[in-house]
Design a binder for this molecule. Structure first.
Ligand code: UDP
Length: 356
């Protein structure tokens, strides 16, 4: 199994280990955070590999989850070419691996494939409205192309694929610095700073609690092979960004105000998943209300702030600076299995990295 140790990936690792699976966690640590999985590294069924999936790889796996790629607009736009490569080359490398290993493979796709949707709510039959040249396109089109690769590998090689379109997800272990609306608002509220609402705040999103999303992903992986998707995984409860800001102010008992900043380019106006398919095929639907999920997330950030760990997290790569983050390198060495680059031909590139 392969999955990264970002916010959602870490919850997924935890869940799969609890179910008794052996987990190989792959991450290039561009945005993945060591803190998210530090409690797992000593688990006997857990292996952590520092690998960039834009490079081909070989590793034993019977189920592959592809959650690789920064999902926050600020992060994925910071290095758009890398975002595109991670989505497209990464998907192809993992699909090649799935072919060789006869593994099931799940793609964490996104509601961004619908772009700025003209259909509301968004159902899987809608083809979307994406600006192919805009600043969000590296992510949106990259993820769309990845979906194309998944369905072509299914048709061409008979790979058992699962394509899940994940809508906005939030919860404990979100990166406080990645610029997402939920983490921004909570941190701002707890620090008594004004909440930065972009535009007039009337744009909508539908926020799903991480535990519910993970439930959906694992349910999809265990679904019959006929269930390939795409399937929307999200919470259908739609709220405006302004409503979210006010709700967070209320739940944090914060005295912060609200300030209005310019709306980023191509920011979708409305987003709400139609989850009828996931309900019918997986028997899945979110069960955590926004209030309950926000309270748990606020408690997480409150603790983080109290422990004064936010400052230590202002960095992009967990392994980039071993001096600043002693112990991380040690964990990598202690946990990383034998890693060899072998020269073998692969369907996409000449070199493949092999892990055991
Ligand atoms: N947003 C906001 N203030 C912030 C961060 C985001 O008003 O500090 C808005 C953003 O413009 C968008 C919505 O909140 O309309 C969700 O943004 P996020 O980056 O969390 O997710 P995405 O745009 O990818 O759905």
């Amino acid at each position: 199994m392969q999955l990264p140790c970002g916010f959602l990936g870490s919850h997924l690792c935890e869940r799969l280990l609890a179910e008794g699976h052996r987990v190989f966690c792959l991450d290039n640590f561009q945005t993945g955070r060591m803190e998210n999985i530090s409690h797992l590294v000593m688990h006997r069924n857990f292996r952590l590999l520092k690998h960039d999936i834009t490079e081909p790889l070989e590793v034993k796996a019977d189920e592959i989850y592809n959650l690789a790629c920064p999902a926050s607009p600020a992060y994925y736009q910071a290095n758009p070419i890398q975002t595109l490569k991670t989505s497209v080359y990464g998907a192809i490398n993992l699909l090649d691996l799935a072919v060789r290993r006869k593994a099931k493979i799940l793609q964490a796709s996104t509601s961004e494939v619908y772009g700025d949707p003209e259909q509301h709510p968004q159902s899987e039959t809608y083809w979307g409205n994406v600006n192919p040249d805009g600043v969000r396109a590296c992510y949106d089109e990259g993820k769309r192309c990845a979906e194309t690769a998944f369905f072509d590998y299914q048709r061409r090689y008979g790979v058992e694929i699962k394509v899940a379109r994940i809508f906005n997800t939030y919860g404990p272990r979100m990166d406080p610095d990645d610029g997402r609306v939920v983490s921004n608002f909570i941190v701002q509220a707890l620090q008594q700073q004004p909440l930065t609402v972009y535009g007039d705040g009337n744009q909508t999103r539908s926020f799903c609690f991480a535990r519910d999303t993970i439930e959906g992903l694992t349910a999809m992986m265990s679904s019959p092979h006929t269930v390939a998707g795409p399937l929307n995984l999200g919470d259908p409860h739609e709220v405006t960004v302004l409503h979210l800001a006010r709700r967070i102010l209320l739940l944090t008992h914060s005295e912060s105000g609200i300030k209005f900043d310019p709306l980023p380019q191509d920011d979708p106006v409305r987003r709400q998943p139609d989850i009828a398919r996931a309900r019918a095929l997986l028997g899945w639907q979110p069960t955590t209300s926004l209030n309950v999920g926000l309270k748990a997330t606020i408690a997480y950030f409150r603790k983080e702030l109290e422990e004064n760990r936010l400052a230590a997290r202002r960095r992009k790569s967990a392994f980039a600076d071993a001096t600043a983050y002693p112990g991380k390198q040690a964990i990598q060495v202690a946990q990383a299995p034998r890693t060899t680059a072998v020269r073998k031909s692969s369907p996409t590139q000449g070199q493949r990295f092999t892990y055991e």
